[in-house]
Design a protein around this ligand. Sequence first.
Ligand code: NAD
Length: 281
Amino acid sequence: MLTEETAVDGREPRELAGRNVSMLTQKTAVVTGSTSGIGLAIARSLAASGANVVLNGFGEVAAAQAEVAGCATAGARVVYHPADMARADEIAALVEFAGAEFGGVDVLINNAGIQHVASIEGFPVERWDAILAVNLTSAFHTTRLVLPYMRGQNWGRIVNVASVHGLVASTHKAAYVAAKHGLVGLTKVTALETARTGVTCNAVCPGWVQTPLVERQVEARAEQDHSSAAAARAALLGEKQPSGSFVTTQQLAAMVGFLCSEAASEVRGVAWAMDGGWTAQ
Ligand code: NAD
């Protein structure tokens, strides 16, 4: 039985625990879509764990970079690349940039995502294409481009930010649900193809998290119901999330941190829900 006093692989538990805390020092993490919401929180947490971080995404770039740099441990650097994750050539440029800056990508967080809410018959074709490109195909490109380096050093962590919609469906989200189910499938294939290596790939599946992506759905719901934003938030949570509370970006970042740790080296190909009970129903 493994107790606190038991040495693992000849090392003392305290040494292993210490390694978990500092294991991202001198490692490099790429977090796609990290100028906002969940990606920004994950970037902050990885920088605080000692990693160099490559930010990506649109919008308030300077503010995001300053925020993440403010969390970084001494010696870690935070840089930004503007790749549009809908474009294969720009994704390749992002991975090349990370390699040129830091030597390679040790931790890949596929987080960039967009949403559009409409019935299948009314779904704009260009929105379908964009959601599949950003939420699913981008992860295929980043993964295929970082794997040779990770395999070469026999260590790597890939975390795909999927969704409860990678596990179950809701109406009016055909493209998003299809893309997130696809991302969970890609996670499993990547995990199997790397199973005999020190590279792991897993997905996290959040329920409702209060970010700009969800606030746009709150506004649409408030307009539809002629209600306040607070009432719309309560209605959205009430329909799907038994806890009645939003998952926080910090809670998700902590789960991603665990998946990047040494303790998670045999967690492979899971789609880990953090959803206030949504998928337990
Ligand atoms: P958000 O809108 O706050 O952030 C999305 C990020 O992706 C931003 O940085 C944005 O600039 C970036 N982005 C969008 N299109 C891009 C593109 N073409 N190229 C590069 N970057 C792009 O959203 P969020 O809620 O933080 O979502 C992050 C991820 O979490 C998404 O994959 C989303 O599907 C997933 N998710 C969110 C929730 C939720 O309730 N908020 C729930 C489950 C899953």
